[in-house]
Design a protein around this ligand. Structure first.
Ligand code: SAM
Length: 254
């Protein structure tokens, strides 16, 4: 039981991430439930709080986990993380370079995409962010395919053309671009997650003079609908702007 992860959903659809421990109790504003009862109900089951509120019991999906896990830095939004996996064209067995690790949200998407034969080398310059990321990743993902590095990517020693992809989610990607470009294999992708268009422009400018060709800049739209028949319309509250995704492709060094 110790450490098992569950997601509970109440009748309003609110979700709560719970890590079970012997003797533990989950508290909801409509009553409490012992962790033993959650374990007995199991994934797909239902428990009731002592005040009669039904809570459905689930194994958290990766999206649910990233949205509800503890955070030191804001995680890459799951819709964008999954698009980054697609833009990076990741497959099992590949090696990916990542910076910064932050809370480990994007790392989990990358680690799942490359699988147990693959590897994610993740750099984070703030030690307390890295500690939180390691905890988050180990709690969800039991495969040992992530190597953590407590340093800025610009200080890393990397073999040239050794990664199938580079994923960047940091404030000033232009500072690490030369190092990242050199470590990327020819014809493979570097994708940066950038909340501001000014960051996009600065990154594109920094790529000039490097063996990187700008492939595309995009935003990922994700419009949720409210369906409670006969009600059916787009949700009034949506996730607004998260970030721009900027994808570069590596030229062969001449
Ligand atoms: N993608 C992460 C996630 O899903 O949890 C969130 C990344 S967070 C927005 C940005 C992180 O980059 C911060 O933790 C910051 O300390 C780190 N960072 C900034 N510059 C860096 C650099 N040059 N090298 C490594 N990490 C860096």
């Amino acid at each position: 039981m110790e450490g098992e992860l569950f997601l509970l959903k109440d009748s309003k659809g609110r979700a709560f991430l719970v890590r079970l421990r012997p003797g533990g109790v989950f508290h909801h504003h409509k009553g409490s439930v012992p962790h033993e009862a959650i374990l007995r109900a199991g994934p797909g089951g239902v428990v009731e709080t002592h005040l009669g509120e039904p809570l459905s019991v689930h194994r958290p999906t990766l999206e649910e986990y990233v949205l509800h896990m503890r955070r030191s830095a804001t995680p890459t939004y799951p819709k964008d993380a999954s698009a980054m996996v697609a833009l990076l064209d990741l497959a099992p067995g590949m090696r990916v370079l990542e910076a910064g690790t932050g809370s480990g949200g994007l790392t989990l998407f990358l680690a799942r995409a490359v699988g147990k034969e693959g590897l994610v080398e993740s750099y984070e310059k703030r030690p307390h962010h890295l500690k939180q990321a390691e905890e988050n990743i180990r709690a969800f993902w039991q495969v040992e395919n992530v190597r953590f590095h407590a340093q800025g990517l610009e200080e890393a020693t990397l073999a040239p053309e050794s990664f199938h992809g580079v994923a960047l989610d940091l404030m000033e990607p232009w500072k690490v671009l030369p190092k990242a470009a050199e470590a990327l294999m020819p014809d493979r992708f570097l994708v940066a997650y950038l909340p501001n268009i000014t960051q996009v422009l600065e990154t594109v400018r920094a790529a000039e003079g490097l063996p990187l060709r700008l492939e595309r800049v995009l935003e990922v739209g994700w419009r949720e609908w409210e369906i409670r028949l006969p009600v059916a319309h787009p949700r009034f509250q949506q996730v607004g702007h998260t970030a721009f995704l900027v994808a570069f492709r590596r030229w062969k060094a001449s």
